[in-house]
Design a protein around this ligand. Structure first.
Ligand code: PLP
Length: 244
């Protein structure tokens, strides 16, 4: 029994090693094509459903950013992650009543899309003498039932968040609509990059437009070519997800 599960991990370790190399090469190529360097692009491993043993092997290989989607899963895995050389981000939809569980554990919350959520992050961070970094999530495809602020409300939201204590805005995040062709996806990425540049040019106090987080397994190269400097890759690294 024990031996079998070790072998299973061994297989996952080997394919992770191969996938990681391929992804690093693809990122390096896209970076160079867009006039940047591999080190200017942050690869964040999206680790939902991935066992901690496999995640920690990835960290040993050099992965230095990981992101979880669900608060409960993150809290269960939290004691076992090797975080000495790796940042843990929260990238999923976040309910206000769960903020308390994340503050102090994560280096960044990428999915802030309302003043109410930002206020709670600020309040809890302040009460614990911490500063929490956030990205503002944009619903770039204006999809119903999808997280993220609508593009037309983005500037107002950022200005309202900027004045909150113990919270630092460091960029934007987006998940464009799925099942679109490459040209349409590129259109969403390009719009996001334009918002990123426009907001950066405003030089709002306490807002640093450093990270543009977009692009997943199927489109991270395209995202980098369109201006992303952080990509969130799950299945291309770890294989298809097995939901229990
Ligand atoms: C799961 C997830 C990803 C990665 O998705 P893949 O298609 O498996 O690469 C990226 N971002 C978020 C917010 C996710 O939930």
């Amino acid at each position: 029994m024990m031996e079998k599960s070790l072998n299973e991990f061994e297989q996952r370790f080997r394919s992770l090693e191969e996938n990681y190399k391929v992804i690093q090469n693809t990122i390096a190529e896209a970076a160079v094509k867009s006039g940047r360097d591999l080190k200017d692009i942050t690869l964040l491993a999206a680790t939902k459903t991935v066992p901690v043993e496999v995640i920690n092997h990835g960290i040993e290989l050099g992965i230095d950013h990981i992101g979880e989607n669900r608060v409960q899963e993150l809290c269960e895995k939290y004691p076992s992650y090797d975080l000495a050389h790796c940042e843990l981000h929260f990238i999923g939809h976040l309910q206000t009543n769960k903020v308390k569980k994340l503050i102090g554990k994560v280096s960044m919350i990428q999915s802030v899309d309302s003043v109410k959520l930002a206020e709670e992050i600020s309040r809890v961070s302040l009460s614990r003498n911490l500063t929490t970094d956030i990205l503002v999530e944009v619903n770039i495809g204006k999809e119903e039932n999808k997280s993220g602020v609508l593009p037309e409300n983005l500037k107002d939201l950022i200005e309202q968040i900027a004045v909150l204590p113990s919270l630092r805005t460091r960029g934007l995040m987006a998940i464009p609509p799925a099942d679109t062709d490459e040209k349409e996806t590129q259109g969403y990425f390009t719009k996001m990059h334009q918002y990123f540049v426009d907001i950066r040019a405003k030089n709002i106090d306490n807002v640093n437009m450093e990270f543009l987080s977009m692009g997943m397994s199927s489109d991270y190269s395209l995202a980098i070519l369109s201006g992303a400097n952080m990509v969130r890759v799950g299945s291309a690294l770890f294989g298809s997800r097995i939901y229990k």
